[in-house]
Design a protein around this ligand. Structure first.
Ligand SMILES: Nc1ncnc2c1ncn2[C@@H]1O[C@H](COP(=O)(O)OP(=O)(O)OP(=O)(O)O)[C@@H](O)[C@H]1O
Length: 331
C-alpha cells in the first residue's frame, strides 16, 4: 500500500549576512540540511504505524513527501501504486492529512462551507456526504460548530473539524502529523479513540506522528523510529519491549542518604548494573535480568553495607526504552 524506497531530502538554505541580506545573491553561499538520508519502509493496508523521532528527526519531511507536497531528491514513493509528487491530484483523492501545527480548512469560512467546498473538490456524492457528516458528527461532535467560521473555533474544536474535513472523501490512507498537540485530555481521548476506530472498524491505513509515547503505545502495534533522517527501529512495539526486558529496573530505598563511595556501594552497583538515578536515599538501577535470584543477591550484598527499607522491580516502560535509544544515538 505505502512503499517507500530509500528516499532522501536535502534542504538548501541560502545563508544570510549579518545585515540580513542573502549572501547567495552575491557569493552563492548555502547551507545544506539533510533532513532525510535514505529511508525505506513498507506499510500494508489496514496498518496503524507510529512514526516517531526527536525534534528535527525528519518526520514531517517524510510525511510531506508521502503527501506529494515535497519531492524526494532520490529514491521512490508509491502510495497505492501512485507517485504522490508526480500525480498529486490522483494521490490526494486517496489520502487524508491532518497537521496539528497547521490548519487546512478555510479560516474565514464557516466549517460547513469548508466541508461543502471539500465535497465539491473531491466530487463526493450527496448521499455519501450526508452519511459521512452524520457519522463524523457522531464521532467528533461537530454539529454545533458547523456554522462558526474556522478562525473563531478553539484549538480543540478546530482539530475535530480538521479531522472531519480530512475524511469527507473517505480516503484509504490517513497521515496524522502531531494531531493531538495542545489538545485537552478529553478532546485528545476522543480524537485518539476515533483514530483507533478508523483503523479497526474501517481498515484505514494510518501513519501517526507524535512525541507522546503513551499515545503511540495505546494506538499502534508497529513503530518506526527515526533519528537524524535515518531509521533506527522498524517493528512491533512488543518486540522492542521484549528485547529490552532482558533488563529490569530495580528501585531501592535506603534508610539513610546514599553515600556511594563511603559504603562501597559503588562496587556492587557497577558489578551488577548501571545507575539510572540517585536521589537522597533512593537509587534506581538497570540490572541484567538473571531472574529473581540475581536481584536478591544484589539486594543482599547491599544490605550487608546499609539498610534497605524498600525496593521494587519493574520492567522498562516503552517511554524509557525510546529515551534510552535516543540517548545512545546522541552519544
Ligand atoms: N522547508 C525547510 N527548509 C529548510 N530546512 C527544513 C525545512 N523543513 C525542515 N527542515 C529541516 O529539516 C530537518 C527535519 O525537519 P522535520 O520538520 O522533518 O523534523 P520533525 O522530525 O518533523 O521535527 P519536529 O518533531 O520538531 O516537528 C530539521 O533540521 C529542519 O530544520
Amino acid at each position: 500500500m505505502i512503499e517507500v524506497d530509500n528516499i532522501t531530502k536535502t534542504f538548501v538554505i541560502p545563508v544570510k549576512r549579518d545585515d540580513g541580506f542573502f549572501k547567495s545573491l552575491v557569493s552563492r553561499e548555502y547551507i545544506y540540511k539533510e533532513a532525510v538520508k535514505g529511508i525505506s519502509f513498507f506499510v500494508n493496508k489496514g496498518e496503524l504505524v507510529g512514526y516517531i523521532g526527536l525534534n528535527g528527526a525528519g518526520k514531517s519531511t517524510t510525511i510531506k513527501m508521502l503527501c506529494g507536497i515535497l519531492n524526494p531528491d532520490t529514491g521512490s514513493i508509491r502510495v497505492n501504486g501512485i507517485n504522490p509528487f508526480k500525480n498529486r491530484r490522483e494521490n490526494n483523492m486517496n489520502i487524508g492529512v491532518v497537521f496539528g501545527q497547521r490548519g487546512q480548512l478555510w479560516r474565514d469560512l464557516p466549517v460547513q462551507d469548508s466541508f461543502i467546498l471539500l465535497k465539491k473538490i473531491y466530487n463526493v456524492a450527496d448521499e455519501d456526504y450526508k452519511r459521512r457528516i452524520q457519522f463524523l458528527d457522531n464521532m467528533l461532535d461537530i454539529g454545533e460548530l458547523m456554522k462558526i467560521p474556522v478562525r473563531k473555533l478553539s484549538l480543540g474544536q478546530r482539530m475535530r473539524c480538521e479531522f472531519a474535513g480530512s475524511l469527507i472523501h473517505w480516503p484509504d490512507v490517513i497521515y496524522l502529523d502531531e494531531p493531538t498537540i495542545g489538545l485537552d485530555i478529553l478532546t485528545k481521548k476522543r480524537v485518539l479513540s476515533f483514530v483507533k476506530e478508523l483503523n479497526e472498524q474501517y481498515q484505514k491505513t494510518i501513519i501517526f506522528t507524535t512525541h507522546n509515547m503513551h499515545d503511540i503505545e495505546d494506538l499502534c502495534d508497529r513503530v518506526i523510529l527515526i533519528d537524524k533522517g535515518l531509521i533506527m527501529y522498524d517493528g512491533k512495539i512488543q518486540e522492542l519491549k521484549a528485547s529490552y526486558n532482558k533488563q529490569k529496573v530495580l528501585s531501592i530505598t535506603f534508610r539513610n542518604v546514599i553515600e556511594l563511595d563511603k559504603q562501597n556501594l559503588l562496587e556492587i552497583v557497577e558489578r551488577f548494573g548501571q545507575i539510572k538515578d540517585i536521589h537522597n536515599n533512593n537509587l534506581i538501577l538497570h540490572i541484567e535480568d538473571g531472574g529473581i535470584d540475581n536481584i536478591r543477591h544484589v539486594l543482599d550484598k547491599m544490605n550487608e553495607i546499609c539498610v534497605i527499607t524498600d525496593y521494587s522491580i519493574s520492567s522498562f516502560k516503552f517511554e524509557d526504552i525510546i529515551e534510552n535509544i535516543y540517548l545512545q544515538e546522541s552519544k
